[in-house]
Design a protein around this ligand. Structure first.
Ligand code: G4P
Length: 529
C-alpha cells in the first residue's frame, strides 16, 4: 500500500452551502473554534462585504502584495485534517462558488430552521448533485421559533429528492429548545445554561431512549415527545447508509444553533466519521487516484491582486494526487512549461509561512502573473486534462465602454485578463468596436466595473446591449463554420481566445439559427481550456 495513504485518508475537504443569512459565517467560525484553529468566537467577521478569518493571513498578504481572503481554512481535529473552503456569500449567482464546489469532497448544507430550504440553497445543492458531492445537513437556529422537524425533513426529501436520516433529534425549539439527542451515539446533549457562547457539555451517554437518565434530566413532557418523535422518525426515515450518503443520495441531518455553539461538535464529529477523504478526480483519459505518488493538481479559482501596482494573482489549486513540497517543479500542461513552486501559499500550519508540504485533497495558492487559468493542470510530467470544471453560459450581456475613449485598447487587455481569470466572458463583436461582457449574475457587472477601475485604472461604464444570449459555435466541418461566420457577421463575435461566438438577439433568433444550421454545434458553455 502506498505510504501516503494516511495523510490523505485523514483529510476532509469540504465547503458550506447556504442561503445568505442561514448562518454560514457563524457556523464557519464555530467549526474553527471547535477545531482549535481560533481561540475566540468573533474572529470570523464580515469586513465590508468580504468575509475574512485569521488575522495572521494579513502578514502574508502584505508581504506578497496579494490579497488572500479566507478562501481556505485548515485545522486538525480529532485525528482529521479539515480543509474548509469558503464560498462567497452573496445572493447573486457566483461562478466562484460553483467552481469551489468542484474542489471539495463533501459539503455541509446549512438550513435556517424557520425558513427551510431557500433559493440559493437549492441552486448550490444542484451543483453538488451534478457531481454527486455528499451532503451533510445542519439545521440551524433551533433556538428560534422553528418549523416542525418532520416538515423540514420532508421538505429536504421532497424538494431535493434526497433521503434523510436524522443524526440528532431536537428537543423543543425557540425558547423551549433544550438540546438534542444524538441518535448515532445515544447521547443526550443539552444546551448550556447561561451566557450565549458558552461551550456545551459533552453530554450524557445513554443506553438508548428508554434510559431512565432521560427522565431524570428532562421534563416529563419533553421526554415523552422526544421518544414519540424519534420512534416516528425511525419508522419514516431510512437507516443511515454510508454508501448512499457517499454517493450523494442520502443526507444525515444535524440540528443545532451555531450562534450558541450548539450541535457543532456533533456536526464536526459527523464530518470526520462519515465524510469521504479525497476522492478520485476525473480527467479526459483516466481517473486520478489520490494515493498516486506523482503530484497532480488543477486550478479551480483565480484571485486577482487587490494592489493595483502588482499584476500578480493567486491561483487556487486543488491537489488531486501525490505529496506536494515547496520548491518542486511542476509541468503546466497547457503551455508545456515547467513552473517552479518556490513560494506557494500553503494553508496547512497554524503558522502558514512554515508549511512546507501538502497532500492530495489540500489546496495550495500559487502566485503567478496570469499564466495560470481556471481548469489548468499541473503535474509531474503527465499530460492530464481535468474535466468537470464548469464554465457558465453568460445569461446577461452588456456593452462596456471606457469613460475615456482613448483607453479602449487598455480596456481590451484588461478584459482579456479578466476573462482568462474566469471573472466574466468577453466577446469582441466582428462589426462593433466595443466589447460585450457576459456574466451569470447582475452583481458581477458592478464588481467588474470596480475591478477595472481599481486594478487597471480605467473608469468604465456598462450599458445595455441588444443581445439575449451567447453560444459558442463549433463544427467538424471548417468550411461550414466559415461560411456560417461570413453569412452572419452582424451576430458574430470572438471570445478572448479567438473562438467564434454567436450572439442571439432573442429566443426566436437563437432557435431559428440553431435549426437552420444542423451541422453546427451551438454550445452554452465552453470547457475551460
Ligand atoms: P450567513 O453567513 O449565512 O449570511 O449568516 P451569518 O452567519 O452571518 O448569520 C446571519 C444572522 O443569523 C446573524 O445575525 C447571526 O448572528 C444569526 N445566527 C446565526 N446562527 C444563529 C443561531 O443559531 N441562532 C440565532 N438565533 N441566530 C443565529 P445578525 O443579526 O445578522 O448579525 P450579528 O449582529 O448577530 O452578527
Amino acid at each position: 500500500m502506498p505510504s501516503n495513504i494516511d495523510p490523505i485518508e485523514r483529510r476532509r475537504t469540504f465547503a458550506i452551502i447556504a442561503h445568505p443569512d442561514a448562518g454560514k459565517t457563524t457556523l464557519t467560525e464555530k467549526l474553527l473554534l471547535f477545531g482549535g484553529a481560533i481561540q475566540m468566537a468573533g474572529a470570523v467577521k464580515a469586513r465590508g462585504d468580504q468575509r475574512r478569518a485569521r488575522s495572521d493571513w494579513m502578514k502574508v498578504e502584505r508581504e506578497r502584495g496579494i490579497s488572500v481572503t479566507a478562501s481556505v481554512m485548515t485545522y486538525d481535529y480529532d485525528g482529521h485534517t479539515f480543509n474548509l473552503l469558503d464560498t462567497p456569500g452573496h445572493e447573486d449567482f457566483s461562478e466562484d462558488t460553483y467552481r469551489t464546489l468542484t474542489a471539495v469532497d463533501s459539503a455541509v448544507m446549512v438550513i435556517d430552521a424557520a425558513k427551510g430550504i431557500e433559493e440559493q440553497t437549492r441552486k448550490l445543492f444542484e451543483v453538488c448533485r451534478m457531481r454527486n458531492v455528499p451532503i451533510t445537513t445542519f439545521i440551524n437556529k433551533m433556538d428560534r421559533e422553528s418549523r416542525d422537524p418532520f416538515d423540514l425533513l420532508d421538505q429536504i426529501e421532497q424538494e431535493l429528492q434526497l433521503h434523510v436520516t436524522p443524526a440528532t433529534w431536537p428537543i423543543g425549539s425557540g425558547r423551549g429548545f433544550l438540546g438534542c439527542y444524538d441518535l448515532f451515539h445515544d447521547r443526550l446533549v443539552l444546551m448550556a445554561k447561561g451566557s450565549k457562547g458558552a461551550m456545551p457539555e459533552l453530554g450524557e451517554t445513554c443506553s438508548g431512549l428508554d434510559d431512565p437518565k432521560l427522565d431524570a434530566l428532562l421534563p416529563a413532557d419533553a421526554v415523552a415527545t422526544l421518544r414519540e418523535q424519534v420512534e416516528m422518525a425511525r419508522a419514516l426515515c431510512p437507516e443511515f447508509d454510508l454508501e448512499m450518503y457517499r454517493e450523494g443520495h442520502l443526507t444525515p441531518v444535524f440540528f443545532g444553533s451555531a450562534v450558541n455553539n450548539f450541535g457543532v461538535r456533533e456536526l464536526l464529529d459527523g464530518i470526520g466519521a462519515l465524510a469521504p477523504s479525497p476522492r478520485p478526480q476525473p480527467t479526459a483519459g483516466r481517473t486520478v487516484d489520490p494515493t498516486e505518488s506523482d503530484v497532480s493538481a488543477f486550478v479551480f479559482k483565480i484571485q486577482a491582486n487587490m494592489d493595483p501596482k502588482h499584476r500578480d494573482r493567486i491561483a487556487f489549486v486543488r491537489l488531486a494526487s501525490g505529496h506536494f513540497k515547496r520548491g518542486m517543479k511542476l509541468k503546466h500542461v497547457r503551455s508545456g512549461k515547467l513552473m517552479n513552486m518556490h513560494n506557494p501559499v500553503l494553508f496547512l500550519a497554524q503558522d502558514r509561512e512554515l508549511a512546507e508540504e501538502a497532500w492530495a485533497g489540500d489546496i495550495v495558492g500559487i502566485p503567478n502573473h496570469g499564466n495560470l487559468r481556471i481548469g489548468d493542470a499541473l503535474t509531474e510530467g503527465e499530460d492530464l486534462r481535468f474535466t468537470g470544471i464548469p464554465s457558465f453560459a453568460p445569461e446577461l450581456l452588456q456593452r462596456v465602454r471606457p469613460d475615456d475613449p482613448m483607453r479602449a485598447k487598455h480596456l481590451g487587455r484588461a478584459l482579456e485578463q479578466l476573462a482568462e481569470e474566469g471573472a466574466a466572458r468577453v466577446f469582441k463583436p466582428v462589426l462593433d468596436a466595443n466589447w460585450i461582457v457576459g456574466v451569470v449574475g447582475g452583481l458581477q457587472f458592478e464588481v467588474l466595473a470596480d475591478r477595472i477601475r481599481t486594478e487597471y485604472g480605467i473608469p468604465v461604464h456598462f450599458e445595455p446591449a441588444p443581445y439575449y444570449t451567447a453560444r459558442w459555435v463549433e463544427s467538424d466541418d471548417p468550411i461550414a463554420l466559415k461560411s456560417f461566420q461570413d453569412g452572419l457577421r452582424s451576430a458574430m463575435a470572438d471570445d478572448h481566445d479567438g473562438a467564434p461566438v454567436f450572439l442571439a438577439r432573442n429566443a426566436w433568433h437563437l432557435d431559428t439559427v440553431t435549426k437552420e444550421n444542423p451541422t453546427l454545434r451551438f454550445l452554452k458553455t465552453k470547457e475551460q481550456t
